[in-house]
Structure formats: structure tokens, C-alpha cells
Design a protein around this ligand. Structure first.
Ligand SMILES: C[S@@+](CC[C@H](N)C(=O)[O-])C[C@H]1O[C@@H](n2cnc3c(N)ncnc32)[C@H](O)[C@@H]1O
Length: 406
């Protein structure tokens, strides 16, 4: 079998991250779902003792080797049609000194994912023309070429400045299983309606399909080329995070290759699409990202859906330090932020029985992505402890904390 080689290709020993829990969101006992900030190489190494061969589905959408820097949009007051006027912060880097460095990056991580994947699990790797040919060889080496399940083409459309070639409007998603004789593929959960013309043909002619009529009601198994529109400014699911993937696409992947209660992981989570869809579909999740920007977008998105999860950090990539600031007050059972903070906060939350150690976020208030203000009040239900801890994330990512006494 041909193998891809490059200078100094090797699998090194990797050092596990030291993981520290910052908060439990919507949970009073340790949640199964985990959102972890840090470098996924060290995080996956740290996860091995507990999760080796235990993750049922891994979807990753890593940097594509575009040699670009992506920024994320924040703030909403500027005209949506004038991107030059948008307020932006750093999103993530996809800059590499050379292809070898990128391949080292991918190779080491794919190996760890292989180890974490359950014996009947599936990995989906999402890339585009920049590096997918190399990645396929890496996956053939790690999984065995015979374990390629699909090469899926995701097509979309949109504006492009290209005038000297065809518009590049597809990505490639490679899916591999560990064992072709035993893996999850829920065919009846992902069927789609037949094309209208096919239905008409079968209804009008008995000879169509050489007399074999498909089950038109049940629908067909989708082809390995998919059309889903990219997440654009008019879509409700848009978070402003760059290269956000459509929920509908993740729904198809998660429904096909996992069951309710299974564990789904995305180690390059960006805006948190995989975790969000996994939670909606009754799956558990582990999701990680190296940047605070991605982590906090994911935190908002999951909290907005009332998901229950822990927020953790690799101590080498700490979350921003909590600044002690007096930004809220308690009136009866209602916590209210001071008026001057209303336009400064993107997210705030309350632990109504603060014991001084682990923050347990019982209720959250979130700045809506598209329009509307952040709720200035949280009404506490249930019993209130002697101390209440209120935490917040500002619109540019700074973190605040204030302790209130009953
Ligand atoms: C293409 S984006 C993922 C977008 C995501 N699928 C979504 O729907 O929003 C790639 C992400 O990988 C993250 N990333 C890059 N290198 C990483 C690393 N070593 N560990 C963890 N995350 C990393 C980046 O910060 C970025 O958010």
C-alpha cells in the first residue's frame, strides 16, 4: 500500500493536558457532556485513560491548510451588508510554515482519534481541496484503506472573486470506520424524499425501473454528494464565528452514525455545531477548541439550548481570569445587572448557592445573536444559599465575577 511520507514524519509521545473544571452548566452532579478549552493534542492524550475505544462518533472540521487568518464578527449595530464596517475579533489561525508542519499536526491527532474511537465507531474528517488528498492517505494508513466508508462531497454556493478557474464550492468529508463488518449506520433515520421527477415516472409507467418500484413513501438513501446552504447572515443559526457549518449537515452525520445515548466528539469545535446538534438529538458530547473565542461562542450556544455540560480548561490554555467587579445586585429573588453593564455583556449566569469552589451555573442570560438586548434580570427559582455568585462574559471576551450576600 502506498504511504505518504515527509521529512521527519513520526508519532511522538504526547504529554497529557492537566484539565481543570471551571463550571458545571445546568447540572448539580458531574455532567457527562464536556466543553474543554485547550490544544486537542494534549486534551485527547489526557482523555485516553477514560475514553480509549469509547467514543462512538468523531466529526472534525480542522483548519484546511488555507494559510489564512479568520476573524469572528462581534457586535450587531453595523449594516450586515457591509462587512468592512463590522466589529471583529481574532477567530482562528490557519497559517502554516509548510505542508510538512500541517501534516504532522493532522497525523498525530488522527492517531489519537483512532484510539479514542469505539470498535464500531466512525470518524468524519471535513476538509477541502487544499489538503484532502493528503488526509485520505493518512487515514488509509491509520484505519486501513478498506475501511473508507464514504467520500462525501458537500456542495454549496455563494459569491467568489475567482475569475480564472471554476468557483471552488465544495468540501470533502472522508468517513472511515474501524470495522466494516460492525459499525453504526442508521439508514432509516436519514432517508430523503425521492426527486419529484422520479416519483412522477414511477407513478406514470409500470415499466419504469424494469418493473421494480422503489418504496416511494419511505424515501431514498441520500447520495454521497450533499447540498446544504452555507450558514449565511440571514440564517437563525448563525453565530458570527467563521466557517460555521450547517446544523442540517451535522444532523445527517449524527443520525446516521450514532444512536441516542452515544458519545459524539468534535475536537475542533469552532462555534459548537456538533455539540449543539448532538445534544438536540439526545447524544452525549465531548468538544474542544484551542481559542477562548470559539469556547465562549459554544458556551453561549449550548447554554441557550439549556444543555447540561461542564466547562473545562487545559491549564496551559487558561480561560481569561475572572475580574472581581461589582456589576450586579440582588433584589428579593431577582438578580439584576447594573444599567451600565447592559451593553457590555454577552453572557451572564448565576450560581444561587455559591460554596466558593466549583461554579454551578443554574440560570444564564444570553445576548441574542441577531437582535434584542441581553436580559438584565434573572429571577432565581428554588432555594437561595447564603452567597450567590454571578459571572459574566463581556462582548469582547473579558470575564467578571461578583459575589452577592443574601
Ligand atoms: C473550521 S473551524 C471549526 C468550525 C466548526 N465546525 C463550526 O461549525 O463552527 C476550526 C477550529 O479548530 C480550532 N483549532 C485549531 N487548532 C486547534 C487545536 N490544536 N486544538 C483545538 N482546536 C483547534 C480553531 O480554533 C477553530 O475554531
Amino acid at each position: 500500500m502506498p504511504l505518504l511520507t515527509w521529512k521527519n514524519k513520526k508519532l511522538g509521545e504526547t504529554t497529557p493536558a492537566t484539565l481543570k473544571t471551571d463550571a458545571w452548566i445546568n447540572a448539580s452532579t458531574p455532567p457527562q457532556n464536556r466543553l474543554i478549552r485547550g490544544d486537542n493534542l494534549a486534551i485527547m492524550t489526557a482523555l485516553l485513560p477514560k475514553y480509549e475505544e469509547r467514543i462512538n462518533l468523531i466529526y472534525i472540521d480542522p483548519p484546511f491548510f488555507t494559510n489564512r487568518k479568520f476573524s469572528a464578527r462581534i457586535g450587531r449595530d453595523k449594516d450586515s451588508r457591509k462587512p468592512k464596517e463590522w466589529e471583529r475579533v481574532d477567530g482562528y489561525q490557519d497559517n502554516w510554515s509548510d505542508l510538512d508542519t500541517y501534516l504532522d499536526f493532522l497525523y498525530q491527532r488522527l492517531h489519537l482519534m483512532y484510539r479514542l474511537l469505539a470498535p464500531n465507531g466512525t470518524l468524519y474528517l471535513h476538509l477541502d481541496w487544499h489538503a484532502n488528498a493528503y488526509a485520505r492517505l493518512l487515514l488509509d494508513e491509520i484505519f486501513g484503506a478498506e475501511n473508507l466508508l464514504n467520500e462525501i462531497i458537500w456542495t454549496y454556493h455563494g459569491p467568489s472573486p475567482i475569475k480564472s478557474a471554476f468557483n471552488r464550492k465544495h468540501d470533502t468529508i472522508l468517513s472511515y470506520v474501524k470495522n466494516k463488518k460492525d459499525y453504526t449506520f442508521n439508514v432509516d433515520d436519514i432517508r430523503v424524499p425521492y426527486n419529484e421527477n422520479t416519483v412522477k415516472t414511477f407513478k406514470s409507467s409500470k415499466k419504469a425501473g424494469f418493473g421494480k418500484t422503489p418504496n416511494l413513501e419511505r424515501g431514498k438513501v441520500p447520495e454521497d454528494w450533499w447540498y446544504f446552504p452555507v450558514v449565511a447572515r440571514l440564517h437563525n443559526e448563525r453565530t458570527g464565528y467563521p466557517t460555521q457549518k450547517p446544523e442540517a449537515m451535522l444532523e445527517r452525520i449524527i443520525k446516521a452514525s450514532s444512536n441516542k445515548g452515544d458519545l459524539v466528539a468534535d475536537f475542533f469545535c469552532g462555534s459548537g455545531t456538533t455539540a449543539q446538534v448532538a445534544a438536540n438529538l439526545g447524544r452525549n458530547f465531548i468538544t474542544t477548541d484551542a481559542t477562548w473565542q470559539a469556547t465562549r461562542v459554544t458556551l453561549n450556544r449550548l447554554a441557550a439550548k439549556k444543555a447540561s455540560f461542564s466547562l473545562e480548561q487545559d491549564t496551559a490554555f487558561p480561560l481569561p481570569k475572572l475580574k472581581s467587579v461589582d456589576f450586579a445586585e440582588l433584589i428579593g429573588t431577582c438578580v439584576r445587572i447594573h444599567a451600565e453593564y447592559a451593553s457590555k455583556l454577552a453572557y451572564w449566569e448565576v450560581d444561587q448557592d455559591w460554596e466558593g469552589k466549583l461554579f454551578k451555573s443554574g440560570t444564564q442570560a444570553i445576548l441574542p445573536v441577531r437582535r434584542g438586548e441581553i436580559p438584565p434580570e434573572i429571577n432565581i427559582e428554588g432555594s437561595i444559599g447564603n452567597q450567590i455568585c454571578v459571572r459574566a462574559v463581556g462582548v469582547t471576551g473579558e470575564r467578571y465575577q461578583t459575589i452577592l450576600k443574601k
